[in-house]
Design a protein around this ligand. Structure first.
Ligand code: SF4
Length: 186
């Protein structure tokens, strides 16, 4: 792990309203065919977005892409007073997490040579995704979902002592950022 970059990120991350974070190694990310199976059989977004399977590639391709990065950063935000039955309210809460994620990704892009970020659920930038008829309209902005890559994010979080059950009316949102340091920081 690049300790100089880690220190810089730890200084900058204090400006963001996140709950917990951890630095991880890409090699420790758990991938699961089971997560991919749930995407395929239970998620209505499967096969409808460039951010989801099968467009993101096979599990092995996703794993290889992740392993190409040097380091990783996982963080959570929480939404309190969540009404799980109220989809509009849940969507607004998720949007808040996505906005924070984009600000943090921007910070990583300024500090690192390469960055790949993943966020919650499927990409919702466009009202109708261009998949499969045309290329993604915002490839540099779109964030694939952690689940779509087959990543067992709760297992990864648990390994680093992060809590994902924070109360019956609390939703915990996860994002994962993989990054490689700039040449001058090696
Ligand atoms: S940015 Fe638009 S076209 Fe690209 S994955 Fe997201 S919704 Fe689809």
């Amino acid at each position: 792990m690049n300790e100089e970059l880690k220190k810089k990120i730890e200084e900058e991350i204090t400006q963001f309203p996140i709950c917990e974070y951890a630095f991880i190694r890409p090699e420790e990310i758990p991938f699961s065919e089971r997560v991919r199976y749930i995407c395929e059989t239970e998620c209505p977004r499967y096969g409808t977005s460039w951010a989801c399977p099968p467009a993101v590639g096979t599990l092995e391709e996703c794993r290889r892409r992740c392993l190409a990065f040097e380091d990783g950063f996982i963080f959570t935000t929480v939404s309190e007073g969540a009404d799980l039955e109220n989809m509009d309210a849940m969507l607004a809460m998720r949007t808040d997490h996505e906005k924070i994620t984009r600000r943090i990704v921007k910070m990583f892009r300024e500090e690192c040579r390469e960055v790949q970020a993943f966020s919650t659920e499927s990409c919702a930038i466009c009202e109708h995704c261009a998949y499969p008829d045309a290329p993604c309209r915002h490839p540099g902005y779109m964030l694939p979902s952690v689940e779509g890559y087959g990543i067992l994010v709760t297992e990864l979080a648990e390994k680093h002592g992060m809590s994902f059950l924070n109360g019956s009316d609390v939703v915990t949102w996860f994002s994962l950022i993989l990054y490689t340091a700039k040449e001058n920081m090696r």
